[in-house]
Design a protein. Structure first.
Length: 315
């Protein structure tokens, strides 16, 4: 099969398209022919070596955690899926060494679900990581309730564009923060209010929120707690080791909580995401599609920013 092989930590130059053997599956595994994979900042953070502490001495041989494709083979203990099923999902690339930037990937039952019937492969591949991050942040971590006021920082990015749509589907009152050029896009996702960070600082407003979801990591808890309701929760995607250790302890003594989201593959949560897509409450926001040979350009674009929604690799 063709795959993008990562030979060492470093710049995009460590990525090369090569012919390698397809994965061999075990009894509890599923082989998926990948039709599309999405680009996430996680991919180039791992590639650069920024996450060595979690990914080890050498990077995963094949990067990529999001995929959509067709079941090509099943292990003998797999009963929920059959060859030919159109599927999508997320695998934990920090643990697995063979990711989704390839023509085939092997996954476990927790990493997969049937693809929403109304999504293209590219749209479906753009959703798992960002929508599970948002869903798990709101539902599992912040335990937000219908009618809650939710602030989403970075509402035009991959996570933010999923978060705005999911927040609306779950019945929250949503305010998004983005730059001037993305205001119309954020409005089209259904945000109730938009704050253009180029023109206004959210911390200077007198509005308070039940949940702040910081997908950028620049709305520090020490400052943004002033715009949290008394029992509000701040959740960030910017995960650091000290915050992982100290925030649970500090939360015992404060009513406004500081929480981190670390997205996990979860097929039940993915069922909820699939339902939202089929109910037309959520759509993969693909802004550009690249082919495998263009992976360097795609990762550089993700690193440099300046686009909305998601970048996808067509395999
Ligand atoms: N912990 C986890 O489990 C987890 C899961 C997913 C993602 N993440 C992390 O979350 C971050 C976001 O991921 P992503 O996929 O959404 O990235 P992305 O698609 O690159 O989006 C980032 C967004 O940040 C916005 N932004 C930049 N500067 C800003 C500012 N000063 N104020 C407000 N918004 C600003 C940009 O919008 P403008 O162009 O409008 O400025 C951009 O749309 C990454 O660091 C990623 O590694 C963590």
């Amino acid at each position: 099969m063709k795959a993008i092989i990562t030979k060492a930590y470093g710049s995009v130059d460590v990525l090369s398209v090569e012919n390698v053997d397809s994965p061999t599956i075990q009894e509890d595994e599923i082989l998926v022919q990948v039709k599309a994979a999405s680009i996430n900042p996680l991919d180039w953070r791992i590639r650069s070596g920024e996450m060595k502490i979690m990914t080890g001495k050498t990077p995963p041989r094949i990067l990529g955690s999001d995929y959509a494709g067709v079941v090509s083979k099943i292990g003998k203990n797999i009963h929920k899926y059959k060859v030919g099923d159109e599927v999508f999902g997320l695998l934990d690339i920090v643990k697995v060494k063979e990711g989704t930037y390839a023509e085939y990937v092997k996954v476990k039952e927790n990493d997969i679900n049937i693809k929403p019937s109304n999504s293209s492969f590219e749209e479906a591949a753009s959703l798992p990581l960002v929508s599970l991050t948002s869903y798990q942040a709101f539902v599992n971590i912040a335990k937000a309730k219908k009618g809650n006021k939710v602030l989403i920082n970075g509402c035009s990015g991959g996570v933010g564009s999923a978060a705005v749509q999911i927040a609306k589907a779950l019945g929250y009152k949503t305010t998004g923060i983005c730059s001037t050029k993305n205001v119309d896009f954020a409005k089209s996702l259904g945000a109730d209010h938009i704050i253009d960070y180029k023109k206004e600082n959210v911390l200077n407003r007198h509005e308070k929120y039940d949940v702040i979801f910081d997908t950028v990591g620049n709305l520090k808890f020490s400052l943004s707690k002033n715009i949290l309701e008394s029992k509000g929760t701040y959740v960030t995607t910017a995960v650091t080791v000290p915050a992982m250790i100290f925030s649970p302890l500090a939360n015992i003594f404060r009513s406004k909580k500081y929480k981190l989201v670390v997205v996990k593959p979860n097929t039940e949560d993915l069922t909820r995401i699939k339902q939202m897509v089929e109910d037309e409450e959520l759509k993969g926001q693909v802004s550009k599609i690249f082919n495998l040979q263009e992976v360097k350009e795609a990762q550089l674009m993700s690193q440099n920013g300046g686009f909305y929604g998601k970048l996808v690799l067509k395999v």
